[in-house]
Write a protein that binds this ligand. Structure first.
Ligand SMILES: [Zn+2]
Length: 554
């Protein structure tokens, strides 16, 4: 009896908890955000948009094409994290709010004065530019509308803008920021450009252009036999800007029954790489066109799919009416309609393995040859593939090239390759060959092998980097040694790339900021010096070649 009462109580508690969780969630979503730029918002990127290896986890807010716009806190809260990196988010600020969400502001030029001071102290204490600092106290509390930063173009940003995110604080999963009543004027329905048809049992596909009357249509008649699936190439535009943005949702209907829906309401960093299975990776890699596939492969656990029937795959045994509806966040919707017909005259194809090796998605896959090894964990692939492995002797460079399948086959996890080195040489590294160029991917020594991790297939080889990095002082002519003036350098390493750098003035470590995309480092003078000063800079590449620069300035 007691057990039953306990169980009932437990159940009631559970229901209560999940109810309050739901309530909290709803509350979180209903809390409005102020504009982080203090005025009307125009977007150069939307949530869930298709990017390289990830869905876009925030919105990109335009900053009039320039650096230096004021950035304001969107909801009352305290700074919970400050991250500075030469790539990725660049300078980023995280503010935790009491409604269970965190707002994130990235690619910043700098923070407001008090945060800037705090982070600089930390950088000098740790002697590093790159920093990832979590704050447990509530020292930096801001009301909504308070100035928190200045907009910029830091990190892997393709131009000045503010990357803005809302995350669920507990899970750090990004939520579509437009759900916080950030208002975007958008009365324009998405554009549907192309339809890709996958004849799954015929091992073929075709790309068709979409035309528009009231709705979108295709001119061609689709006849097939066996299983069939679809993909769409589409985009959205908003009022008042010419930017090409992503769509919010895609629904696929077969004879008025929904068989597939994709929606960009939330994302999950741990699953974000599934984008390479969501899109048609081949089309992206070879033709530079991004298709949303409207069907889901087995090893794709993305949670943005709903209402799936048979993973979006349709059997063509009858005539079917197909309708694809594509919407933006404001629910402006475009519709593509067409019919498919079955033709039993079309012969189904049983595919033969072209290559000797088969790689399975649900197993670990290994190649173990005399001078080459490959180790891949299970669930690294999205499907089983016939793996093309070849050793190619490159005559002109006297180099062995290991061909590991094709760059257009997507991969979920990195794999390890190890290449045997005949001679010990500390300057050896593993390179991926990309359009004839050698790209450094690693140089871990394991016995007689040099090994590295790769997240993409292609051709690999051993290479040697014996050239030191280059250091070029940028502003020698107008250089003044006084507060706020900058000392800048270009630093470059054409082979293995730069691993680290260190700058000193009068033998004391000083902060040099690093902009990877511009190969630029600079120090903003923050102390009073009596001139001349002694400046030292050391730059090291990934295999350990070290270049030193020393000068008395000005
Ligand atoms: Zn962004």
């Amino acid at each position: 009896m007691l057990i039953i009462i306990k169980l009932v109580l437990k159940l009631q508690l559970k229901i209560f908890l999940s109810f309050s969780f739901l309530l909290l969630n709803l509350l979180a979503l209903s809390q409005n955000c102020k504009s982080p730029i203090g005025s009307n918002i125009y977007l150069s990127g939307t949530f869930g948009e298709l990017r390289n290896n990830h869905f876009h986890t925030g919105i990109d807010i335009k900053t009039k094409g320039k650096i230096g716009e004021k950035i304001f806190n969107v909801k009352d809260g305290f700074v919970s994290r400050i991250k500075i990196s030469s790539s990725g988010y660049g300078k980023a600020l995280y503010i935790e709010h009491n409604d269970g969400t965190t707002s994130v502001y990235a690619h910043l030029e700098k923070f407001n004065e008090e945060i800037e001071k705090h982070i600089k102290n930390l950088q000098y204490k740790k002697k590093t530019f790159q920093i990832d600092h979590y704050l447990n106290n509530k020292d930096f509390f801001y009301n909504s509308g308070d100035l928190i930063a200045i907009s910029g173009n830091t990190g892997s940003s393709a131009g000045p803008h503010l990357h803005f995110e809302i995350r669920d604080t507990e899970t750090q999963k990004p939520i579509n920021p437009l759900s916080c009543n950030i208002e975007i004027k958008d009365e324009i329905a998405p554009v549907i450009k192309k339809l890709k048809v996958y004849f799954l049992d015929l091992d073929s596909s075709t790309v068709l252009n979409c035309k528009k009357n009231n709705n979108y249509y295709i001119k061609e008649k689709i006849q097939t036999n066996g299983k069939i699936a679809f993909g769409v190439n589409c985009y959205d535009q908003h009022n008042g800007s010419r930017n090409i943005n992503g769509v919010y949702s895609i629904d696929l209907y077969c004879d008025n029954v929904k068989v597939y829906r994709f929606e960009a309401n939330k994302l999950d960093f741990s699953k974000n790489r599934y984008i390479n299975n969501h899109i048609d990776y081949y089309e992206k890699h070879v033709n530079r066109i991004k298709f949303h596939k409207c069907y889901v492969d087995i090893n794709n656990t993305l949670e943005n799919y709903v209402d799936l029937i048979n993973r979006g795959v349709i059997n063509s045994e009858n005539k079917h009416e197909i309708r694809i509806e594509i919407s933006d966040y404001n629910l402006n919707t475009s519709v593509l309609e067409f019919e498919i017909e079955n033709s039993s005259n079309i012969k189904l194809i049983k595919k033969e393995n072209e290559f000797k090796r088969k790689f399975y998605y649900d197993r670990a896959n290994v190649i173990n040859e005399n001078d080459f090894q490959l180790h891949m964990k299970k669930k690294s692939l999205y499907r089983d593939i016939d793996f093309d492995y070849q050793v190619i002797e490159s005559e002109n460079q006297n180099r062995k090239i290991y061909k590991c399948h094709y760059a257009y086959e997507p991969l979920h996890k990195e794999f390890v390759i190890s290449i045997k080195a005949n001679k010990r040489n500390k300057n050896l590294y593993v390179a991926k060959i990309d359009n004839g160029k050698l790209i450094y991917i690693g140089n871990k020594i394991r016995g007689n092998y040099v090994s590295a991790k790769s997240k993409s297939f292609g051709e690999f080889c051993l290479a040697v980097d014996s050239i030191n990095p280059k250091i070029i002082l940028q502003n020698r002519k107008n250089l003044e040694i006084k507060k706020k003036s900058k000392i800048s350098f270009k630093i470059k390493d054409n082979e293995s790339g730069i691993k680290n750098y260190e700058g000193k003035i009068n033998d004391k470590w000083v902060l040099f900021e690093y902009d990877l995309k511009k190969n630029k480092i600079f120090h903003e003078i923050d102390s009073v010096y009596s001139v001349p000063i002694k400046l030292d800079l050391t730059v090291t590449d990934n295999v350990g070649n070290e270049e030193k620069f020393s000068m008395i300035l000005p």
